[in-house]
Design a protein around this ligand. Structure first.
Ligand SMILES: NC(=O)c1ccc[n+]([C@@H]2O[C@H](COP(=O)([O-])OP(=O)(O)OC[C@H]3O[C@@H](n4cnc5c(N)ncnc54)[C@H](OP(=O)(O)O)[C@@H]3O)[C@@H](O)[C@H]2O)c1
Length: 402
C-alpha cells in the first residue's frame, strides 16, 4: 500500500497532487454534503463572484460537481484535456475573487482583498496554462520501475524488435527470442551499441512445448522483470483451404505460449512485488474476422487473458497489459500471405503500449481501431460485423485463398 501511494505521488507534480486531493474531497464529500444535507434556505453558491441562494444554489451545485469530478478523473489519469479545463475554471475563480469582495465587502478593504485574492488565483491559472509538460504523464523508466531484464518473444522483426529497442532505451537488458537467430543477433547488436545494455539471444520455436521448457531453463539465472508475449503470425484464407497443421501451430503459439511463459515468470514478479507482462492481442480479437477465423479467435484469447490477469494482479505491483493493434507495418502481412495494405508504424504501437502499461488493462492503438473495436463491435449485430469484415478482408486475401 505504501509503495502504491509513493508511486502515485511520484507520477505528478506535487501541486497537481494537491489539486487532485482537493478535487476528490469536493467530489466525494463537500459538494454532496452541500447538495443533499444543507437546507435549501441556507444554501449559497458562488459563480463569477455572484452569490446564488436557495433553489438556484442547489441547481448551480450540479456544474460545480461536474467540474470537480472531471478534474479528479483528468488529474488522476493525467489526461491532456485537464489543463484547459483547469485553466478555464481558474479564470472563473479569478473573476469570482475579484467580483465577490467588490460586491459584498463594505469599505476600502475590499480593494486590496480583491487584488490579493484575484492576483493569487490569476497566478495559479497562468502557472497551469504555461506548464503543459506537467500534464504529460511522468514516466519512471522501465528498468527502475520493474527491474533489469526484459524478455521479448518475436524480437527478430516488427513489433517485437521495436519493443526490444524501446525497453533497451529505458535501460532494460533484453533476452531476445524467436526462431531466426541471425535477425535476433542483429537487433541485439544494435541495442547493445546504442543503449549499452546486455542482451541474450535464444532461438526457440515457441509453438513447441519442449523448446519452451528449454527456453525457461536457459534464463533461470536471470530475474525476468518484463515479459512481452509478442510472437505471432497471421494466415489469410478460408478455413477449409488452410493447412490445419499451421492453424494448430497458431493456436499453440498464440494461446499456449503466453500461458506457459507467463506462468513461468509471474510468480517471481509477484514475489518481488513488481513486474510487467505484456500480451500482444489484436483488434482482430474483438470481433469475428472471416478469412482469419482462427487468428481472430486466438487473439480474442490473448485480449481477454491479459485483461483478466490485470485485474487478478491489480495492487500487487505487477502490471499486465493486452495490446490490441490494428494493421501494422511489419513482416506480418507477408507471412500471412495477404495482399499488402497500409498499417501503423510498429514504433507507434510500442510507444502507445508502454504509455498504457500500468494505467489500464488493455490498449487499442490508433483512433480508427478504437472506433472499430468499440463503436462498431458493440453497436452492430454480429451478422453485420462478420459480413462487413469479410468484405474488407476479401480485398486483402489472394483469390486462390478466398
Ligand atoms: N502487424 C499487424 O498488422 C498486427 C496487427 C495486430 C496484432 N499483431 C500481433 O503483433 C505481434 C507481432 O506481429 P508483427 O506485426 O511484429 O509480425 P512480424 O513482423 O511477422 O513478427 C512476428 C515475430 O514473431 C516471431 N515468431 C513467429 N512464429 C514464431 C514461433 N513459432 N516461435 C518463435 N517466434 C515466432 C517471428 O520471428 P521468427 O520468424 O524469427 O521466428 C517474428 O519475430 C503478433 O502477435 C501479431 O499477431 C500484428
Amino acid at each position: 500500500m505504501g509503495d502504491w501511494v509513493r508511486d502515485q505521488w511520484a507520477r505528478r507534480h506535487w501541486g497537481l497532487n494537491v489539486l487532485l486531493l482537493f478535487s476528490a474531497f469536493m467530489t466525494f464529500v463537500y459538494v454532496p454534503w452541500d447538495f443533499f444535507v444543507k437546507p435549501v434556505g441556507l444554501d449559497e453558491e458562488v459563480w463569477f463572484g455572484v452569490i446564488f441562494r436557495g433553489g438556484w444554489a442547489k441547481l448551480l451545485e450540479i456544474p460545480h460537481f461536474a467540474v470537480y469530478a472531471a478534474l479528479m478523473v483528468g488529474l488522476w489519469g493525467q489526461r491532456a484535456w485537464t489543463r484547459p479545463l483547469l485553466a478555464a475554471y481558474g479564470v472563473q475563480v479569478t473573476i469570482a475573487n475579484v467580483v465577490w469582495p467588490l460586491l459584498y465587502i463594505e469599505g476600502w478593504t475590499r480593494f486590496p482583498f480583491a487584488a490579493a485574492a484575484g492576483g493569487a488565483f490569476a497566478a495559479l491559472t497562468v502557472w497551469v496554462w504555461r506548464n503543459e509538460a506537467l500534464f504529460t504523464p511522468k514516466r519512471i523508466p522501465m528498468r527502475e520501475r520493474y527491474g533489469e531484464w526484459a524478455l521479448v518473444t518475436g524480437a527478430s522483426a516488427g513489433i517485437g524488435a521495436e519493443f526490444a529497442r524501446a525497453l533497451a532505451q529505458q535501460g532494460q537488458s533484453v533476452v531476445l527470442v524467436a526462431r531466426r537467430e541471425e535477425q535476433l543477433h542483429a537487433v541485439a547488436k544494435e541495442i547493445e551499441e546504442r543503449h549499452g545494455v546486455d542482451t541474450r539471444v535464444i532461438s526457440c520455436d515457441l509453438a513447441d512445448e519442449d523448446a519452451r521448457r528449454d527456453l525457461v531453463a536457459s534464463v533461470a539465472d536471470l530475474e525476468i522483470a518484463t515479459l512481452v508475449n509478442n510472437a505471432g503470425f497471421g494466415y489469410a484464407g478460408r478455413f477449409d483451404k488452410q493447412d490445419p497443421e499451421r492453424l494448430v501451430q497458431m493456436v499453440r503459439l498464440h494461446c499456449e505460449a503466453p500461458v506457459a511463459l507467463t506462468a513461468a515468470w509471474l510468480p517471481g514478479m509477484k514475489e518481488r512485488g513488481r513486474g510487467a507482462v505484456v500480451i500482444l492481442g489484436s483488434v482482430a480479437g474483438s470481433q469475428p474476422l472471416p478469412l482469419h477465423g482462427v487468428y481472430s479467435a486466438t487473439k480474442g484469447f490473448d485480449n481477454l487473458l491479459g485483461e483478466a490477469l490485470w485485474a487478478e494482479l491489480h495492487g500487487t505491483g505487477v502490471d499486465v497489459l493486452s495490446v490490441l493493434p490494428g494493421s501494422t507495418e511489419s513482416e506480418f502481412h507477408d507471412v500471412a500471405g495477404e495482399i499488402p495494405h497500409a498499417g501503423a508504424q510498429a514504433s507507434d504501437v510500442v510507444a502507445q503500449s508502454l504509455e498504457a502499461l500500468g494505467r489500464k488493462p488493455s490498449v487499442i492503438t490508433g483512433t480508427f481501431n478504437w472506433v472499430r473495436a468499440n463503436a462498431a463491435a458493440r453497436l452492430l449485430p454480429r451478422s453485420t460485423q462478420s459480413l462487413v469484415a469479410k468484405a474488407v478482408i476479401e480485398r486483402q486475401t489472394p483469390e486462390e485463398m478466398r
